[in-house]
Structures are given as structure tokens and as C-alpha cells.
Design a protein around this ligand. Structure first.
Ligand code: ZN
Length: 380
């Protein structure tokens, strides 16, 4: 009986979170609910809200190591209600599967983390410090979420040793993948300037398309790096290219393009910018470049945290060698890893995230919590 109640703990908390309609950046009371549970365990809570975003920083324990459990309460819009089998904000179980927006991304991860802490602390005290970093702005601009909290804590001289992000990372079975790194993403809005004129009088104009063409050929042919054991080579892709007035007798005054680098740990944003600038300059272009860095790449070395995660996953799931993964989109790990923490992402199967009828297997909820608990057991 007691075991049944324990097994339901993650399910019940996940359902309570799904029922809170927390569309980015609205937390809808999720942090209050999680904070209440953590306060009961003795955690010290601190709201580090910013720009309409709810951020909770909660800590328990003394000294090092400092391990952060991180996640987000916000969810992406569900899409049309009629496309769902059931209301996306009314958790529903059918055939051993829990449906609802945020079921996998990532309210189950947060619930499993809180229950893992409850179970460990029911058995013994911590050796070090356990912290929760919970935000309601991961799916949006992410400007006022984890990034902001990290800036605030960094300024206090705090430095974490480990961070686990509860994003859905498994491919087919719980525990089959651990995310240990991500590629970086660097974008640019580039305007190449020319001089508008009549196509019959090219000597009186300057065609920016013609000026750009050879530079673009060089950019697309450039080998930026060769990748490494964990990452494919850095890629350069043009996603938009626009010029012209629509008339066939006007040389346009400028051409606009948008391009993006997905880059590995063999390159960095400043170098890539400099190399692009050198190519544009060599071709004598006049231009305006507006760069935006979504995240630097990171790679967590195979040390204590990866070892603990592997051992715990093996205990709970029987999977002895999870894939150490570096693919997928960005997550808040991009802010935690550069802070100096060994950072991994472990969470439920991700095949339904952001989709209609998002779901998670009910059996996986308690097992995910046991995986987190096993990591805490080994490191704290
Ligand atoms: Zn997520």
C-alpha cells in the first residue's frame, strides 16, 4: 500500500502541474506549488523574477558540492483543442499513458525531481548543497529565465559543480539517452549595400547582388572546422535571401540575407564572426551585419556526473550504456554549462513534445524519479 502511494507521488504532482495553464511566460502557480513542497523539506526559497517571468531558486544544505536540478514550468501553446483527444490542460490517463500539455516537456521532469529530493531527504541528510532552478521562460525568448538567474547568482560568486536539466531526452525508452552537449547557434541578418539604378545604365549604379554572389559562393564552400568525436562539422546555412523591387529594369539598392551557423566545440562565435567579416571585406562589400548568438556550444566531459547518471540509469532501467547525445534543439543547459557545471539532460521519451496529444508513460514517471534520486545519492 505504501509503495502504491509512493509510486503515485510523481504522477499526482505531474497532473497538478499540467492542470495549471502555464503558457510562456505565465507560470500559473506552478512554482508556488513546487516551492511549497520544497519549503516543507527545509529548502530556502528565493524568487528571482524578471520581466514578467517567474523564477524560483531554492537551496538546501551547506558547502560543496553544489548540484542544481533545473527545469521550466512553461509550455508551448496546445494548438486547436479539437485536435486533442482530451483537454490539454486536464490530465488524463488512457492505457497507461498520461496525456496533457507539458506531460513530457517538462512537468513530469520537475515532478520527478521534487519527489526524488523528498525520498532522499526522508532517508538521510545531504552531503553538500542541493538547489532547484525553475523558470517560466524556456520556451519563449528565455531572456529573463535561467539566463537571468545565472547572471544574478554568478554575481554573488556562486559556482555549481553539477546541473541536471529535466528535459525530455530519451528516444524510445526511458534511459536510452543522456544529453551531454549541444551545438551552438549563431545567426546574422546581413544587408549588402549597393546603389539603385536603371539596368540600362549599370555604370551609374552598383548591383549588390552581383557584389554578393562571389562572397556567398565562398561562404557556402568554406570548411569552418572538421567537427570532433561528439559533434559533426560546423554548418553554415542561408535561410532567407531577398532583393529587388519586382521591376525588371531596376538594379536594387541592397540585398538582405539571413544565415545561421550551427557550430560545434571546435569553433566559437567570435571566430566565426571574424572569419565571415574577413570574407566580406576581401570581396570589397559594403554591409551591415546584425548578429545574434542563441547559445555557445557545450560538451560535458565524462566525469562524476555522467558516471553517476549512467550508474543510476543502469540500476533503474537495466540500460548499461545510454547514448551520450549532443543533438536536438537548444535548452537551458546552454546557460548552465558555461557557468562551469558539469551539465546533463535526463528526462522522459521526447517523441510527443510540442505536439498534439503530448504524453508520457505513467510507468516512466516513478522510474525517472528513481534515476534522479540515484544520481543525488551518488553525488550528495
Ligand atoms: Zn522543455
Amino acid at each position: 500500500m505504501a509503495d502504491d502511494v509512493a509510486a503515485r507521488a510523481v504522477l499526482d504532482l505531474t497532473c497538478a502541474l499540467i492542470a495549471r495553464r502555464s503558457l510562456t511566460p505565465d507560470d500559473a502557480g506552478c512554482c508556488a506549488l513546487l516551492g511549497e513542497r520544497l519549503a516543507r523539506l527545509g529548502f530556502t526559497l528565493e524568487a528571482i523574477d524578471a520581466g514578467g517571468v517567474t523564477n524560483l531558486w531554492a537551496t538546501l544544505g551547506n558547502g560543496g558540492p553544489l548540484l542544481i536540478l533545473a527545469g521550466h514550468t512553461d509550455v508551448v501553446p496546445p494548438g486547436p483543442r479539437e485536435a486533442w483527444f482530451s483537454d490539454p490542460f486536464e490530465p488524463q490517463i488512457r492505457d497507461g499513458v498520461l496525456y496533457g500539455r507539458g506531460a513530457a516537456d517538462m512537468k513530469s521532469g520537475l515532478a520527478a525531481m521534487v519527489v526524488a529530493a523528498e525520498r532522499l531527504l526522508a532517508r538521510r541528510a545531504l552531503r553538500g548543497t542541493l538547489a532547484f532552478l525553475i523558470t517560466s521562460d524556456e520556451e519563449g525568448s528565455a531572456r529573463h529565465g535561467t539566463r537571468h538567474v545565472v547572471e544574478v547568482l554568478k554575481a554573488r560568486g556562486l559556482r555549481p559543480d553539477y546541473a541536471i536539466v529535466g528535459e525530455a531526452t530519451a528516444a524510445e525508452r526511458l534511459g536510452d539517452r543522456i544529453t551531454i552537449g549541444r551545438r551552438g547557434s549563431l545567426g546574422c541578418n546581413l544587408r549588402v549595400l549597393g546603389k539603385q539604378g536603371h539596368v540600362a545604365y549599370p555604370d551609374k549604379a552598383e548591383n549588390p547582388i552581383h557584389r554578393l554572389a562571389p562572397a556567398l559562393a565562398e561562404l557556402t564552400a568554406t570548411v569552418w572546422d572538421h567537427g570532433n568525436a561528439h559533434f559533426p562539422p560546423t554548418s553554415f546555412q542561408v535561410s532567407n535571401l531577398h532583393a529587388g523591387t519586382g521591376a525588371n529594369n531596376v538594379i536594387p539598392g541592397h540585398v538582405d540575407l539571413i544565415f545561421n551557423f550551427r557550430f560545434c566545440t571546435e569553433s566559437n562565435a567570435e571566430d566565426l564572426k571574424a572569419r565571415v567579416g574577413a570574407i566580406l571585406d576581401r570581396h570589397g562589400l559594403r554591409y551591415e551585419a546584425d548578429w545574434w548568438l542563441s547559445g555557445e556550444p557545450f560538451l560535458t566531459r565524462e566525469a562524476e556526473l555522467v558516471d553517476a547518471a549512467r550508474a543510476s540509469i543502469a540500476d533503474v532501467t537495466g540500460i548499461a550504456a545510454p547514448l551520450l547525445f549532443t543533438g536536438g534543439g537548444t535548452s537551458d543547459a546552454r546557460f548552465l554549462a558555461p557557468w562551469g557545471a558539469q551539465t546533463v539532460e535526463i528526462g522522459p521519451v521526447n517523441d510527443s513534445i510540442h505536439k498534439i496529444n503530448e504524453h508520457v508513460r505513467v510507468d516512466d514517471l516513478d522510474r525517472l524519479s528513481r534515476i534522479y534520486e540515484g544520481v543525488l545519492e551518488r553525488l550528495l
